[in-house]
Design a protein around this ligand. Structure first.
Ligand code: ZN
Length: 346
């Protein structure tokens, strides 16, 4: 079956402190146990999501991985914990707890897990400091960031110092939708997940390309959740906008020129969409992502790749594992011995 790395999985510490009690704001996510094998993530007194112990137990995850043919999971925080809305010092505290937990989990099972951290994007200075700690002290492999920060798109001037350092330190960024656009029009039918998230991801990718961030920091490595949402499909329309509105141009070339370092996870469910991604961006830019352990996840991870017709074993192997390692700056030879190394330009 080949080695499969599931690039898109989420984890949270079972002993997450109650920040609502500590800081008083309703928006802090709280983990409220429902049994020994599960909990509710509560936000503002309401159940945000029911979760099982898969979301915190490394051992449980390893059992599932064995069942589903996954050899490694890349661990990232649950976006509801980003806490960009909070005061930076409190959001940093939340980030540190999660980053330490992810680093410990990776350290305990170095042949099973790789880790991405989170940083308080509402304050670039604090975000850069925590990025430094995540990568150079904790040995995490990259960061997960949201598609917007308090409703501000990623091409805003305020995030430029962060992107500058991420590029300088060669820190891979996993961009995950959260606080999706059109929230007022998507509460019904869970459209927030099926329409809001892909549109939100497209807006983030559009901001980075059209908005000039990638032209400024061309070596940034970015992977988009959910296969980039609707971005791959609307890219020609963005180019057309760039063509017909010269006064709006922020870059010397159309947006499609700036996607060379974009990676996409495979969470599109349909092999037709994956074929489209391959044709448009190259098979080297696709990694398996399942959104384990949540309801919309793909089981087993990489199923959509299994269903792709006529791809060579070389392409399959790249999508299954090589591309993820390439994205995360990990040398496969080091991985076999359970020692992970980071190629940092620091
Ligand atoms: Zn996810």
């Amino acid at each position: 079956m080949g080695m499969r790395i599931d690039f898109h999985t989420h984890i949270i510490p079972e002993q997450l402190p109650n920040f609502f009690e500590k800081y008083g704001q309703e928006r802090w996510p709280i983990l409220q146990p429902t049994c020994s094998c599960g909990a509710n993530i509560m936000v503002g007194g309401k159940v945000f999501r029911e979760v099982t112990d898969q979301v915190w137990s490394a051992e449980k995850r390893i059992e599932d991985m064995a069942k589903e043919g996954v050899c490694m999971q890349v661990l990232s925080p649950i976006p509801v914990t980003f806490s960009y809305w909070a005061p930076p010092h409190a959001a940093l505290e939340m980030a540190v707890i999660q980053n330490d937990f992810i680093a410990e989990t990776v350290k305990k099972y170095p042949t099973k897990f790789l880790g991405l951290g989170t940083v308080p994007m509402q304050d670039s200075e604090v975000a850069i400091k925590e990025m430094d700690r995540c990568i150079h002290e904790l040995g995490l492999h990259g960061l997960e960031i949201g598609t917007n920060v308090n409703g501000v798109n990623l091409d805003s001037e305020q995030f430029q110092p962060f992107f500058e350092m991420a590029e300088k330190w060669n820190v891979p960024l996993f961009i995950h939708p959260w606080e999706t656009l059109a929230k007022d029009r998507t509460p019904d039918h869970n459209f927030m997940y099926t329409v809001g998230m892909p549109s939100e991801t497209a807006l983030a990718a559009a901001s980075l390309t059209f908005g000039g961030v990638i032209e400024k920091y061309p070596n940034l490595k970015i992977c988009f959740a959910h296969g980039g949402g609707s971005f791959p499909f609307i890219l020609p329309r963005l180019d057309q906008g760039w063509e017909v509105w010269p006064h709006l141009r922020k870059t010397s070339k159309p947006p499609s020129h700036y996607v060379q370092n974009f990676y996409f996870d495979s969470l599109h469910y349909d092999p037709l969409n994956i074929q489209f991604l391959i044709d448009r961006f190259g098979y080297e830019k696709i990694v398996i992502g399942s959104d384990y352990p949540f309801l919309l996840r793909e089981v087993p991870p990489g199923r959509v790749i299994d269903r792709l017709q006529d791809i060579s074993s070389e392409v399959r192997e790249a999508i299954f594992s090589k591309n993820a390692l390439e994205f995360l700056n990990i040398k496969e030879t080091n991985l076999r011995y359970g020692k992970q190394s980071i190629d940092s330009r620091r």
